[in-house]
Each structure stands twice: as structure tokens, then as C-alpha cells.
Design a protein around this ligand. Structure first.
Ligand SMILES: C[S@@+](CC[C@H](N)C(=O)[O-])C[C@H]1O[C@@H](n2cnc3c(N)ncnc32)[C@H](O)[C@@H]1O
Length: 241
């Protein structure tokens, strides 16, 4: 299996489509840590250029803001005014004991969590001209707020009314099957026809994550068309439902 996945990885690397050359993205990636697959940048560029409306974009899992800043950048480039609303609680998997230390250091997971959140705020403050709204919560709680069109306060202390149709969702939170499926079902309720959904770490060679199992299920649904596997899956919602 390992060998097959290795070959799949090389094949996808060979076939991967790249976003148009963009020096902003190069500079951003030098200074803003994160986990953004090169192929996702192409998908983000594609989705922002083909948004069906001015409805909001949502991102689940922002970490230090790399993908948030990339989405903001491509929105600006495509001259789109869609609001970007993101969510992260900065509670990383396997760090339930927040008082425990990072390896042999004297830094606790709680301190690391605060540092990453502050890094996020600083990074989006610097690189995202039109500031995104970010909710400090897990995605299930975020969607409860969204379902109820709740008035909420973001990590910068600004008020926002959530809810309504979504034009594009970038899903990069908890990668287990159950969580990714919940995120999908929650987005699906609000994603408008022609809207996009991009799943990080959904590539065919990422068999250790549950996301690949989920995207293979979505691929069989009539109401979603696969736009590209690059190597992660980008879908568009059709009007066939
Ligand atoms: C892979 S990182 C995101 C990387 C980021 N998109 C980037 O471009 O660098 C995953 C993030 O998801 C967050 N996360 C994990 N489970 C989550 C959940 N259930 N709801 C929201 N965020 C979650 C983590 O705190 C972490 O910051």
C-alpha cells in the first residue's frame, strides 16, 4: 500500500496544476508559516475567479493564517467583495493536557496555543487588506451560530451577524472522517448552487486521513461535480437536487 501511495503521490505531483505566478504568494509563504498545499492555491484562485455571487466564503481551520491570507489575496485579485469568515479554536489534536510541555522545552501547550493565535492575528492584520472575521470556536459550534444567524464577536473584537448562503468553503480543520463529514454536512446546508467546497488533505494518497473516504462519497452524489483533483478535491454544487 505504501508503495502504491508513493506512486500516486509522484503522479499527482507531475500532473499538479499551478496557480499563475504571483510574487505576493511567494513573499507570503516566506513569512507566514502554515500548511498550504501548492495545488490548493490553484483551486483557491479558480474558486475566487468563478464565485457564483457575493455571498460569504468560510474557512474551517486557520492556524497561522496562511490559507486565510491566500484566500483574501485572490479575492482582492479577482476584484470580489465577498466577506471571508473563518473559525479555529487553536486547540490542536493530541494536546488535551494544556499544561504539558512541548518536548523537552519549558513551553506549555497553552502558551503555544496563545502564541499561534497571536501569530494568526498579526499575520492576517498585515497581509489581508480587508480583514477576515474569525470566530474562536470549533466548527460544530461555528455552524450552530451560523444556523441561528447569530450575532457574534470575532477575535479582533468586531461584531458580525453570521448566517445565510455560502459561496465557497475551505475545509481544513479536524481531518478525521467524522469531523470532516460533519463539516461537509454543515456547509452543504448553506452552500449555494454553483458554490465551491475544497477539502485539504483529501488526495488519494492521504489514506491515513478520513477526508479521502469522505470525498469519494461526495463524488458519487449527483448534486456535486468534481472540478479538479489537484491533488485535493475541489467540488462545485450543481442545481441537480
Ligand atoms: C492543518 S491546520 C490549518 C492550516 C491552515 N489552513 C494553513 O493554511 O496553514 C488545522 C487547523 O484546524 C484547527 N482545527 C482542528 N479541529 C478543528 C475544529 N473541529 N474546528 C475548527 N478548527 C479546527 C486546528 O486548531 C488547526 O489550526
Amino acid at each position: 500500500m505504501k508503495a502504491i501511495n508513493g506512486l500516486r503521490y509522484l503522479w499527482h505531483l507531475y500532473k499538479q496544476r499551478k496557480a499563475s505566478p504571483d510574487s505576493f504568494i511567494n513573499w507570503l509563504r516566506f513569512a507566514n508559516p502554515g500548511m498550504l498545499n501548492e495545488g490548493n492555491i490553484y483551486c483557491i484562485e479558480y474558486a475566487t475567479e468563478n464565485l457564483p455571487s457575493d455571498n460569504p466564503i468560510i474557512e474551517i481551520g486557520s492556524f497561522c493564517g496562511l490559507s486565510t491570507n491566500a484566500i483574501s489575496h485572490y479575492l482582492r485579485k479577482a476584484n470580489r467583495a465577498n466577506r471571508l469568515i473563518t473559525c479555529d479554536k487553536w486547540h490542536f489534536e493530541g494536546t488535551e493536557n494544556q499544561g504539558s510541555f512541548l518536548g523537552s522545552s519549558d513551553i506549555t501547550h497553552e502558551q503555544y496555543r496563545r502564541f499561534v493565535k497571536e501569530t494568526y492575528i498579526r499575520n492576517v492584520g498585515f497581509f489581508s487588506g480587508k480583514l477576515p472575521h474569525t470566530m474562536e470556536c470549533f466548527s460544530n459550534d461555528f455552524f450552530d451560530l451560523w444556523d441561528n444567524c447569530a450575532a457574534a464577536t470575532d477575535v479582533m473584537g468586531r461584531n458580525i451577524r453570521l448566517g445565510g448562503p455560502i459561496s465557497f468553503a475551505y475545509i481544513d480543520g479536524n481531518h478525521t472522517y467524522q469531523f470532516a463529514r460533519d463539516d461537509f454536512l454543515n456547509v452543504d446546508r448553506h452552500l449555494e448552487t454553483g458554490g465551491f467546497i475544497l477539502f485539504d488533505d483529501s488526495a488519494d494518497y492521504y489514506t491515513r486521513f478520513g477526508v479521502n473516504r469522505l470525498v469519494r462519497e461526495i463524488k458519487k452524489m449527483d448534486r456535486y461535480e468534481l472540478i479538479i483533483k489537484n491533488p485535493n478535491y475541489l467540488f462545485r454544487k450543481t442545481n441537480y437536487f
